[in-house]
Design a protein around this ligand. Structure first.
Ligand code: HEC
Length: 216
């Protein structure tokens, strides 16, 4: 083989190799975009972060109300034929249980704030089956989400104070915060649920407290 032929063969070999390399590169570039196109075709939607499957009524009935009842009953007095019995947390286990319910209230604030939650499945109250104007409540909720979130934040704040008081084993604080908790529930209920009821004397402002006007 003459040196010329050798160099020609080498050049050809290099050209073939370069072409193959370029093809491979194109192939590599094409592979992911093909995959992307296939994915787009069978599109699975991106995972949804928050799914408010339950209604407000259910969240209240299953999460908020039982936790609040526990707190209100944790420090209480019961009078019967045998006299007055004082109930209060005594053991570490009692305090831990109280704290567990305070944590539920704190996190319930996030459940309340999830957008798109429906009020209730029927026009009936869960408590006594009485009438509930779901459409009107829904309208107020949809038009005033920021205000709803502000009331939820009020619930979170009391819940956090209840956690702190449980950590300190502070019975007096639990009693006092029981009242604050009741106000946090009522402020939201009066705004969204029964705005036409006159507020009880000395009740804290509702919409004004939340910092945004509430549209009926
Ligand atoms: C941020 C707003 C908000 C807060 C705070 C709130 N709720 Fe509610 N609650 C609602 C809405 C809205 C409804 C829907 C109306 C309904 O189901 O009657 C509701 C309904 C309820 C119901 C169901 C009534 C029924 O029979 O249908 C109960 C019980 C309840 N809440 C208890 C509480 C308690 C106890 C607290 C405080 C610890 C509280 N809620 C705090 C908004 C709130």
């Amino acid at each position: 083989m003459t040196p010329r032929v050798r160099s020609l063969i080498l050049t050809l070999t290099l050209m073939v190799w370069a072409a193959g390399f370029a093809q491979a590169c194109r192939g590599e570039r094409e592979a992911p975009s093909d995959a992307g196109a296939r994915n787009a075709a069978n599109a699975t939607p991106a995972a949804q972060a928050y799914v408010p499957s339950s209604t407000f009524q259910e969240v209240m009935d299953s999460v908020v109300d039982p936790a609040a009842d526990y707190v209100w009953e944790a420090v209480s007095y019961r009078a019967d034929m045998k006299g007055v019995t004082e109930r209060r947390p005594r053991t570490d286990a009692d305090w831990h249980q109280l704290r567990q319910h305070a944590v539920v209230l704190v996190e319930a604030a996030n459940l309340i704030a999830v957008p798109g939650r429906k009020v209730a499945a029927t026009n009936k109250m869960v408590e006594d089956g009485g009438p509930l104007d779901v459409a009107a409540i829904q309208k107020r909720l949809d038009a005033n989400h920021e205000s709803l979130v502000a009331f939820a934040n009020g619930l979170r704040t009391v819940g956090q104070q209840l956690i702190d008081a449980s950590n300190r084993h502070d019975v007096d604080a639990i009693t006092e915060l029981g009242g604050t908790l009741d106000e946090a529930c009522e402020a939201c209920h009066r705004t969204f649920w029964y705005p036409d009821e006159p507020p009880p004397p000395g009740a804290p402002a509702t919409a004004a407290a939340a910092g945004s006007p509430v549209k009926k």
